[in-house]
Design a protein. Sequence first.
Length: 475
Amino acid sequence: MALFETISARRRRGHKTSPPAYADDRDSAALTKSSNSDEHEHHKSKSPFIYSLTASYKSILMIGAALMLFTFPLAQKNFRSQFYLRPQSQHDSSDIQTQLTEAITTEAIMTAGESDVADEDKGVAYNVDSAADEAVAVKEYTAELADRAVEPTVWTCGEKDRQKQTALDPITNQRPFFAFVHVYKTAGSTVRDFFQNYATVCKKSLALVVSCHGSGIEECRLKRSVNAPQSIERVNSTILHDHYDMLGGHYSFGMADDIFSNATATPNYGNGAPLVRHMVFLRQPMTRYVSHKLYQKKQKDTVEDTAEDIKEMIRTSRGKGQYMSSIYKYLLTPQQRAMKYNQTQTQEDVVAHKAQLSIGNLLRYNAIVGMTETFSQSMKIFEHALGHIVTSTRKEEEVRAMFSRYIDEEVSRNVSKRKGISTGSVLKELNKDEEFMAIFREFVKYEQMIVDFAMAMHQKQYEAVNKVLMDPVFV
């Protein structure tokens, strides 16, 4: 690689190498056209020796060129590996935390060209170009970060007048504002329902948005509002700042960054995150994928037929080199989703890099993470972080009853309408085919990487909540 860069640099500077010093009869004649015959005979007498040197130079150059052609692909492969964390198999998932901690890129990606990378969720291809990308540094999620993420806010449950909400959020140093990112098929409908009830009980204003296909929250469609002026038909950062306390829906990290854009306070933890507290629910990717496909399908199939359909879809995707990638529309910022990549990057390179960016966002925003598989403890984290101050004993009982209802609730919204076919039954059928399950694990491995890291965040946040609740000062 160093040899290649040296040669390339010399070519860019216009450096020319000296031609080999050889002469045959015609060259001798040309070179000695204005010389005497003695000089001409002198050159001819040296020709065999000069030709021998020339042959040696040629041999060395040919050997060097062959070595370059052989070693450059290896060097290029090694170069790419510095940027992308690529686990060998799903069986390595126990080491993912260690891999992520050590996976720190040291320079930006500067590439040129274009290629097609498949978007599994939409079933189409999008064109990617080259662009400079900021370095991705994956860090370990610490207990100190977890303590900060779940630190209770200080708003009054039952006080609707925003002007009387004088206490600032201890995390953002701004008026409390929560943004819930609803990832598709992660119990988000249940959580959205919770936020609507919470807004009603505590007299907080909530905006629920859908169809967020652009780069900003103003491009979303307002689906429903709670405790907000009826005249509001669309939202933007200014309207959210002036009239709302909470935002929820199918939008992405980064779209709520400008709600407090004019604020002068230091962003979250001094790490550049916006002044809005983010919440997100995630789910094991195999389960999420099957749930997604069951919800989409309308015809009545057996469990076996459904499993075979899913096998065919995943085998087809893997045959095209595709990976499960729909989660990126939620965890990447609009700027990250618009990034361009070089044509030398494979589809796996791109998906792996986006996985690192997604983990980086979870860390940078220090998002409060809920998990569908641990829904009850997730709601306990939410209850603690919302940190409501009640205005009366009756209001306190009302709030506790509401949280208890969700903490004890079995997640069952947005399930398949077909009797006898559930996500669990289809997964059980798929697990009978060991060969296919190896393909399935490969298909979801980068989303699995994200979810494993998010689960570690979730567990540390739950431990942080329990630590506070067990403290005699708070009991």
